[in-house]
Design a protein around this ligand. Structure first.
Ligand code: AHR
Length: 520
């Protein structure tokens, strides 16, 4: 063949094969065991995290009581309140993160004009005026209808400081702290149940060994009085970062079970801590790596659980994944210490797969907190002065909130692959539950960046009646909502399925999430 002809032939072949790749589909099957449910998916798996970091609190939640430009209730943005109520956020962790182990709660009570300032040494070195403190946060939780989860300062605080904080927020009788609360304008206690004893004590919380922290933990909880209005305080030990299994092992070994209600775990999906990459401009290889990191959550939960099972076979102690999400470079031109990043369909994939993992492990995972709610890391809300937008992650969490407090229905997934170069990941992720009204919800994500997947969902143990579905998808993986186009990505009704007896057959587009609602 002439060289030119050969070239044309090769080009034609290449074009044909890329066309075939784009068009081809693979198939998978999801069996929903609708008659085998025994565990409840705690609504707290759908929890959030709000740290004094960048514009999460200041400018995100809180814009100040005297802000005439942005509608607010006692300084808290009403657009944010409405959006988070629609999301049904079950709990909110505050004030950190690393910030928590620098925070002295007494600086944030009393007349705002008299509060001392604090320099946020972890996040951008900015000076804060402490205008958002304990009353502001707990009143805001009431406004949101969400449960507060307070992180106590162990790193630079004292046992007395924590004991006083609990008395201040939880005691209804006569006591120094309850009286001080009343003097500051709040008669009734808030009844805070969830308490974190420090944060990342292996790192920013004090660089402790697990043995040392286990002792410190025992000391702190000894002086945590339950003022009888919470049904028992829920004490959370600061947990491992990722695969530090020794941390969990030592805590479970050295802390008596009666002193421990939950052990935490943090896991971020990061390409490389020294080269995190852009939040919006990324290659398929970077997407693949992030999804690999996100899917590691399965192994982390399994292996930390195995250790916990050894010491606590009855599963009295919960695993709280109280920080998770994607972490990229900050948006160009923003303060590197503020961790402000955009949120694309990649983040929707992280959220969809991670929440499925948590649902499927709800016998041990009883709480999880996405990092962080507004303007920080994998946020569900971004704000810019009076503008606000909901991210793809928000939409996934809203589509999935049907699982809150529903009965987990175990699924068996016969998966198909998402292949990139010479590596593969499971393309499909799924979980299912039945709510109080008898509706079965099945959430399925196809993380493949190129291929549509044909998926058969077979329901065993119930007769399928009517089926409705919602989908989150977009043309490009890097697509995201902007302040000019805040609704570019939002859920839509999904009709790409058909009933076949007790099965539902659907075509799942690349990087899409579908939630099916099946009535009997
Ligand atoms: O979420 C940001 C930071 O990540 C938190 O402050 C810390 O706990 C973690 O390292």
């Amino acid at each position: 063949m002439h060289t030119f002809q050969r070239l044309v032939f090769v080009l034609l072949l290449a074009t044909a094969s890329s066309f075939l790749t784009a068009q081809s589909t693979a198939s998978g099957k999801i069996i929903v065991n609708a008659d085998l449910g025994k565990d409840t998916i705690s609504k707290h798996i759908y929890g959030h995290f709000s740290e004094h970091l960048g514009h999460c609190i200041y400018g995100g939640f809180y814009v100040g009581e005297n802000n005439a430009k942005i509608p607010n209730i006692k300084g808290v943005r009403t657009d944010v309140v409405d959006a988070l109520k629609a999301l049904k956020i079950p709990n909110l962790r505050w004030p950190g993160g690393c910030f928590a182990d620098t925070y002295h709660w007494k600086d944030g009570i009393g007349p705002k004009s008299e509060r001392p300032s604090i320099v946020n040494t972890w996040w951008g070195g900015v000076t804060e005026d402490n205008s958002f403190g304990t009353h502001d946060f707990l009143d805001m939780c009431e406004l949101l209808g969400t449960e507060p989860y307070l992180s106590a300062n162990v790193g630079s605080g004292t046992v007395k400081e924590l004991a006083d904080w609990i008395q201040y927020v939880n005691h209804d009788g006569t006591s120094p702290m309850a009286d001080l609360r009343r003097k500051n304008g709040r008669e009734k206690s808030w009844g805070v149940k969830y308490w974190g004893i420090g944060n990342e004590m292996w790192g920013c919380g004090g660089h402790m060994t697990p043995e040392f922290y286990a002792n410190i933990y025992r000391q702190y909880v000894t002086f945590m009085t339950d003022w009888t209005n919470t049904g028992g305080l829920f004490r959370v030990a600061s947990g491992a970062g990722g695969n530090n299994y020794n941390w969990t092992e030592v805590l479970m070994r050295d802390i008596p079970l009666r002193m421990l209600d939950a052990v935490a775990l943090h896991h971020y999906s990061v390409i490389d801590w020294n080269a995190k990459g852009s939040a919006t401009e990324y290659s398929e290889g970077q997407y693949f790596t992030i999804m690999k990191k996100a899917l590691e959550m399965e192994e982390l939960v399994q292996r930390h659980t195995t250790i916990m099972d050894k010491y606590d076979p009855k599963k009295r102690v919960a695993l709280f994944v109280d920080e998770w999400g994607g972490w990229y470079n900050v948006e160009p031109g923003t303060n590197p210490g503020f961790l402000y990043q955009q949120n694309t369909m990649r983040d929707a994939m992280i959220a969809a797969t991670t929440l499925n993992i948590f649902n499927n492990h709800c016998d041990r995972v009883k709480m999880a907190n996405l990092a962080q709610t507004i303007n920080v890391l994998q946020a569900v809300i971004l704000t810019d002065e009076e503008k606000m937008l909901l991210t793809p992650t928000y939409h996934v969490m809203k589509m999935y909130n049907v699982h809150q407090d529903a009965l987990l229905l175990p699924v068996d997934v016969q998966n198909c692959n998402y292949t990139f170069e010479n590596q593969s990941l499971p393309a499909l992720s799924a979980s299912a539950s039945r709510d109080n009204s008898g509706v079965t919800h099945i959430s399925v994500a196809n993380i493949d960046s190129k291929e549509t997947k044909s998926v058969t969902v077979e329901l065993r143990g119930i007769a399928v009646g009517t089926v409705e579905a919602e989908i989150l998808r977009s043309a490009k993986l890097q697509d995201h909502n902007t302040f000019d186009q805040p609704d570019a990505i939002k859920p839509a009704r999904f009709n790409g399925f058909k009933r076949n007896g007790n099965s539902i057959e659907m075509e799942l587009p690349p990087f899409s999430v579908v939630v099916l609602a099946v009535k009997r």
